[in-house]
Design a binder for this molecule. Structure first.
Ligand SMILES: [Zn+2]
Ligand SMILES: [Zn+2]
Length: 243
């Protein structure tokens, strides 16, 4: 383990004197040295944690997208599962690498990165330095578009969101709710339309704590045909989740 972040490298983070490899969920060993020069996400997670179970499928989607694009990216699962069986069941759903269950490095890294809760997703850059400790929010808000998850990249995406928000009306009505909905900057919320997570901007009724994604709130209300189409595309596609 490195003492300071300026000395850190993937091997200082992930290897011990006895172990210089990670595992796949088929049991294969992969040398940590194979990750050198890649952007690596350290995924602190456990099956017993509902927010983890909710985040994992999104992360798998982002991972597969980045792999398909040929990006030099990898994820390492650091399990807080309670036993080997829980770990194996959960890890079977993941396409990436893991630290062996029960390895002491997991506890060391939790302390080193000051992990306060799970899921946590730490991004380490190709040079071994920490890019961000807030990978969970970045992935949730922006998905694979945010790769390689640097501040500059996220700032660009944030600018796009703010530019889009300027074109929204300040308030709107929607058939799903009896009151008018105000354009509101929100912490993470669940859209009462499509039931998916939302971030940043919402059309919101404060009295009722009712949220709609801007895309869900503003879809064309004048034509039933269009509405059905929009509901399919917007609420099940990436656009809605990325609002
Ligand atoms: Zn929605
Ligand atoms: Zn209301």
């Amino acid at each position: 383990m490195a003492n300071t972040e300026t000395q850190q490298s993937l091997s200082s983070l992930l290897c011990t004197d006895e172990r210089d490899f990670l595992i796949r969920n088929n049991g294969d060993q992969v040398p940590v040295s194979e990750l050198t020069g890649k952007t690596v996400g350290l995924y602190f997670s456990a099956h017993w944690c509902p927010p983890c179970r909710e985040f994992t499928p999104k992360l798998i989607q982002v991972y597969n997208e980045l792999k398909q694009n040929g990006e030099s990216f990898e994820i390492v699962f650091l399990s807080s599962d309670r036993n080997q069986q829980g770990f194996e069941e959960y890890y079977a759903s993941m396409p990436w690498l893991a630290l062996p269950f029960g390895d002491k490095v997991k506890k060391d890294l939790s302390q080193y990165f000051q992990i306060r809760g799970i899921p946590s997703f730490i991004i380490v850059g190709p040079d071994g330095e920490t890019v961000t400790k807030d990978g969970r929010t970045i992935v949730s808000v922006h998905g694979a578009k945010a790769y390689p998850f640097t501040d500059a990249c996220v700032a660009e995406l944030q600018k796009d969101i703010e530019a889009a928000a300027k074109k929204y009306p300040k308030e709107t009505k929607h058939e799903l709710h009896e009151h008018s909905l105000q354009l509101t900057r929100r912490k993470p919320y669940m859209c009462n339309g499509c039931r998916d997570a939302g971030y940043t901007w919402s059309f919101y009724c404060q009295n009722c704590d009712f949220d709609l994604h801007p895309d869900c709130a503003l879809k064309d209300k004048h034509s039933d045909e269009n509405e059905k189409k929009a509901a399919e595309v917007i609420c099940e596609g990436d656009a809605c989740r990325r609002v």
